[in-house]
Design a protein around this ligand. Structure first.
Ligand code: G3I
Length: 362
């Protein structure tokens, strides 16, 4: 359970620090490296190449990056006959200069589809457009990526379907086999990238998230049975500091995936503190506690090999969108660095959690 706000001041819970306490050997990437882990964040190419403080922070802290939006259909496909790889290429160029790996996100999702999609894609041409996209994009970055989120968020237990599949445009246009087609096409285009199924709302022990986790497990078990190439499952981990901490259900899920020889990545970690009351220090402490306890639990599992936060500074987080913003209008403190690029208690909590992984030397 996250620490209730007001339980302990942040200073008693986690180290505080300044920029000098968090770089080089004290950085997240250095601590992760020592334990054979990857740690990183979602990035925006325009900021990597336009905002020095942002670029400096990402370069210093991450050993793996993922495109927040630059590799989605909407960003890559300005027109049915056009691809725009400038953003994606910029992320790979930055990563190459900083010795970082890159995750691709994502080849297939029901959101972030280009404006031309609905008026252009039909049941007759969907499969061809779909496979051409995957072949072109995964082919361009073949052997250059750590992993791909091949299919994102395909499970929706509220869809009423026995297979639990979300009623996405891809399901309507191609049928349930679209998932197998996506993974097989991605593997044919890139023999190396770890092919990942990525989803959210599968972390907590609530009835709803337990059912969704079961749906993901059934999906992956079916894929393995059909010989569909899949290497990993992404647990997005958009958590809340006001919800019960994930526990036994998720741990068993990760272990079951391990028994299936699948890796698990924490792919989009951030801690929503919109409902947490109290001072900024108390809110920071509640967020830091979740970072510490959740990531400690996850990296204790040997098949968890990467932890990425969804952004790295509170200056830029999707959680400040009106729909998720704090009722008091204050900015969310949900990431390892605050809006002034200073380390938050969450940074030290995350670094402590990475350290809890049995080290390579042990
Ligand atoms: O780039 C345009 C800009 O030109 C335009 O002026 C502006 C206003 O309309 O929109 C900008 O695009 C926005 C884009 O983010 C870049 O900021 C889109 O409207 C907006 O929908 C998009 O939101 C992203 C969302 O996925 C949908 O793609 C969020 O930044 C991103 O954090 C979020 O990330 C998702 C993961 O991909 C999947 N898991 C859930 C996670 C959170 O929703």
């Amino acid at each position: 359970m996250a620490v209730a706000a007001g339980a302990l001041p942040a200073a008693d819970l986690f180290a505080q620090g300044t920029t000098s306490d968090v770089r080089g050997a004290k950085s997240l990437r250095a601590h992760a490296q020592l334990r054979g882990l990857l740690v990183g964040c979602a990035v925006v190419p325009g900021k990597l190449h336009g905002e020095r403080d942002y670029a400096d922070l990402v370069g210093a802290q991450a050993n793996i990056l993922v495109a927040e939006n630059a590799m989605k259909w909407k960003a890559l496909r300005p027109a049915p006959d056009k691809f725009d790889f400038r953003g994606a290429d910029a992320i790979l160029a930055f990563a190459s200069r900083h010795g970082q790996k890159v995750r691709g996100h994502n080849l297939c999702w029901h959101e972030a589809l280009p404006d031309w999609f609905a008026g252009t894609v039909t049941k007759d041409n969907a499969r061809q457009i779909f496979t051409e996209h995957i072949r072109t994009v995964a082919g361009r970055y073949a052997r250059k990526l750590h992993s791909w989120d091949v299919v994102n968020e395909a499970i929706d237990t509220k869809s009423g379907r026995p297979d639990g599949l979300r009623k996405s445009p891809w399901l309507e246009l191609i049928g349930p086999e679209y998932i197998d087609v996506a993974f097989r096409t991605a593997r044919a285009a890139d023999p190396k990238a770890l092919l990942t199924y990525n989803d959210y709302g599968i972390e907590e022990d609530s009835a709803e998230q337990t059912a969704k986790r079961e749906g993901v497990l059934q999906l992956v078990q079916g894929m393995k049975k059909r010989g569909v190439p899949i290497d990993a499952v992404g647990v997005q981990s958009h958590l809340s500091a006001s919800d019960p901490l994930p526990g036994a259900g998720l741990r068993e899920f990760v272990r079951e995936l391990g028994r299936m020889k699948l890796q698990v990545f924490v792919t989009e970690l951030d801690i929503n503190e919109r409902k947490v009351e109290g001072s900024v220090a108390e809110r920071d402490a509640a967020v830091a506690r979740v970072y510490k306890d959740y990531v400690t639990m996850m990296v204790a599992e040997p098949n968890v090999s990467a932890v990425l936060t969804w952004g790295i500074t509170d200056r830029y987080t999707w959680l400040d969108a009106p729909k998720y913003a704090r009722p008091d209008g204050q900015p969310q403190g949900c990431l390892p660095f605050d809006a002034n690029y200073e380390p938050a208690p969450a940074f030290f909590a995350l670094r402590d959690a990475l350290d809890s992984r049995r080290s390579n030397e042990q």
